[in-house]
Ligand binder design. Structure first.
Ligand SMILES: *[C@@H]1O[C@H](CO)[C@@H](O)[C@H](O)[C@H]1NC(C)=O
Ligand SMILES: *[C@@H]1O[C@H](CO)[C@@H](O)[C@H](O)[C@H]1NC(C)=O
Ligand SMILES: *[C@@H]1O[C@H](CO)[C@@H](O)[C@H](O)[C@H]1NC(C)=O
Length: 619
């Protein structure tokens, strides 16, 4: 409560030699003590003090006037006696002092007896405010397994009372709830752990109640409380543990590569990154067959297939697997290895599989002169589940639209249905299908590449349209045209062409053929001077034959026009129709059409076929 005796008074000077508690002055103002207790609860108005002037002789001629903060409302003055009263309760924490002005005037004349003076009414503190915490509740975290005395959080309470005076604002902290786990520093409000080895996996949350009490914690002080919600944060103090010593998974042998064989889940009492783990295979009787991939989102180990399974080869696998925490704190290494191991048994289940061809593809060869129904080779497939179970073969007709081939449904022999021509199609790439007799929806396919082998079935012909003239003034044995030949067949050691003058022209020949033995030949003049008036066009039949078996030959006819030339052999004039055609055209336009006779000879040498066809590439 109040502490009157300790009050210090304010001094107001306006020429008054004023001493506290003494009514003594040469002249001027005199008054009582000017202090006021806050939160006054009395029924009558609280007396503040008295204004008095030396000039006041008590005859009622002096009037005291009060102005300033709260004058007339909070503070009332008796204008005759100078007594000041407070009309209401005052709160120091709201306003600690008031500045007022006092005057004494002659009631009749209104002339001031004293100059106006300023004075202060100071409100004196009582302990009417309890300490208040800056937060309620507080939230704090501290790692589990912390040593004793680990700092958790500092709490602070403030007290609105006057901290410069007495103990009304002197706060002391204590813990009301939360022992023996936590303690609080009485002076600073720092909360610390008070028990070693607090385990998050046992209890994670603590509600601690802290009290702050003023009056330095003495009896009669006011107090406030706050709650501190303390969470133990996780540290990695628990290793992962497999839930079983032996896991068993069943998978079909048809499981695709990368497919899931099974899922392992190890438990870890920790949370977050302290519960993150890695799985691995540390032993297997099928090396490289399986791998474990850790699913980072749910910490599961997914066993995946890396190599194909085959029930017919191996029906069971045994693996040894390990799990380990990704993050291991060195502080807890002594608590044991942060790993665990388990066994995994993978049982392979049989699947009815389609037939399997004994090769990934087949390359077969057949000569282009093969007759219909010639067997060109065979394919073979078997049911991997039962080698004796029968298989049926067929050709995928989309790959053999012209039905050139067929396959024997029972034994896989491929044979021709039509005649072949290598010069038309050198390859026939088809697909053969194998079907299980008993389960026709189990189907396999295999590519079969059929190469058509060459047979010498084409006769050589001129390689080009040769543009040939002879000058009227030509000399015998002049070269007038080089010729070469072409043949669509492909003999293994290359072409060998032979050129000669056809038999029927040999007797009265006007030109000769000289075989250069390099697949070319020269056409030569055979006499001096040709006369266009006598004969303007000559037809020279040339026999070209190849060196292959069976030998093929043809007779191609070269047309030679007779032209007039200058002394140097430059052409000047051919015949009338050539002249008109020559205007603006190359000499090529002057060359006559070459016709040739193809004579196909059988190995025995007799004439088996004879037809007219155009010789050369362009007409
Ligand atoms: C398959 O059967 C056909 C017709 O009986 C026969 O011509 C062929 O040689 C046989 N193929 C094999 C590989 O036995
Ligand atoms: C057929 O297969 C052979 C060998 O793979 C290839 O050289 C050829 O170009 C193929 N022919 C066609 C028409 O696909
Ligand atoms: C050779 O030329 C003469 C005339 O110049 C002609 O009568 C004869 O028929 C020609 N020979 C041939 C094979 O064309």
């Amino acid at each position: 409560m109040a502490h009157f005796e300790a009050l210090t008074l304010f001094f107001i000077t306006f020429g008054v030699d004023f001493m506290p508690r003494h009514r003594r002055s040469k002249r001027g103002w005199m008054w009582n003590q000017f202090f006021l207790l806050e939160e006054y609860t009395g029924t009558d108005m609280q007396y503040v003090g008295k204004l008095h002037s030396d000039g006041d002789r008590g005859d009622g001629s002096v009037r005291y006037v009060l102005t300033g903060e709260g004058a007339g409302s909070l503070f009332k003055i008796d204008e005759k006696s100078g007594d000041i009263h407070a009309t209401k309760r005052l709160d120091r924490e709201e306003k600690a002092y008031y500045i007022l002005h006092a005057k004494a005037v002659n009631r009749q004349t209104n002339i001031a007896l004293e100059g106006e003076s300023e004075f202060i009414i100071k409100i004196h503190d009582i302990n009417d405010n309890e300490p208040r915490f800056t937060k309620n509740p507080y939230y704090a975290r501290v790692p589990e397994m912390s040593e004793i005395g680990a700092s958790v959080i500092q709490v602070t309470a403030t007290d609105a009372d006057d901290a410069t005076y007495g103990n009304s604002a002197k706060v002391v902290y204590s813990i009301l709830e939360g022992q023996p786990y936590f303690s609080v520093d009485a002076e600073t409000g720092l909360i610390k752990t008070a028990l070693p080895g607090m385990d998050r996996e046992v209890k994670e949350q603590y509600q601690v109640v802290i009290q702050a009490k003023d009056m330095a914690g003495q009896m009669g002080g006011l107090s406030g409380t706050t709650t501190v919600s303390i969470t133990l944060s996780d540290v990695n103090d628990n290793p992962p543990r497999f839930t079983k010593a032996l896991y068993e998974f069943r998978v079909r042998e048809s499981l695709e590569l990368g497919g899931t064989v099974g899922v392992l889940r190890a438990m870890d009492a920790d949370i977050g990154e302290n519960a993150e783990m890695e799985y691995r295979v540390i032993g297997s009787d099928g090396p490289g067959m399986f791998e474990i991939v850790t699913n980072k989102s749910n910490q599961e180990g997914v066993i995946r297939l890396r190599k194909p399974l085959d029930f017919e080869r191996k029906r069971q696998y045994s693996l040894r697997v390990q799990v380990e925490n990704s993050l291991v704190s060195s502080r807890f290494l002594a608590a044991g290895p942060f790993t665990d191991e388990a066994s995994v048994k993978v049982i392979v289940e049989d699947v009815d599989e389609p037939p399997v061809f004994d090769r990934g593809n087949y390359v077969l060869e057949v000569k282009e002169d093969a007759r219909r129904n010639t067997v060109i080779g065979s394919v073979s497939a078997a049911d991997p589940d039962d080698k004796r179970s029968p298989v049926r073969y067929s050709i995928d007709r989309r790959t053999d639209m012209d039905r050139i081939f067929d396959v024997h449904a029972g034994n896989g022999s491929l044979f021709t249905l039509k005649e072949l021509d290598r010069e038309e199609n050198a390859w026939h790439n088809i697909t053969v299908i194998a079907t299980e007799y008993n389960t026709p929806d189990l189907v396999s396919r295999v590519p079969v590449y059929i190469r058509i082998l060459d047979v010498n079935d084409n006769a050589p012909t001129f390689a080009a349209n040769y543009e040939t003239i002879v000058c009227e003034n030509a000399k015998a044995n002049q070269k007038i045209q080089m010729i070469s030949a072409t043949d669509p067949d492909e003999p293994s050691d290359g072409h060998h062409f032979f050129f000669s003058l056809a038999q029927e022209a040999a007797g009265k020949a006007n030109f000769s053929v000289r075989d250069n033995k390099d697949n070319t030949a020269w056409i030569l003049t055979r006499r001096n001077s040709y006369h266009s008036l006598q004969k303007s066009v000559y037809h020279v039949p040339v026999v070209i034959s190849d060196g292959d078996f069976p030998r093929q030959s043809s007779t191609c006819t070269l047309t030679v026009r007779v032209c007039t030339c200058d002394r140097d052999g430059n052409m000047k004039l051919c015949n009338a129709e050539a002249l008109t055609a020559r205007a603006g055209l190359s000499t090529g336009a002057l060359v006559a059409i070459l016709l040739c006779v193809i004579i196909l000879l059988s190995p025995q040498g007799f004439l088996c076929e004879k037809k007219w066809q155009k010789c050369g590439n362009k007409i």
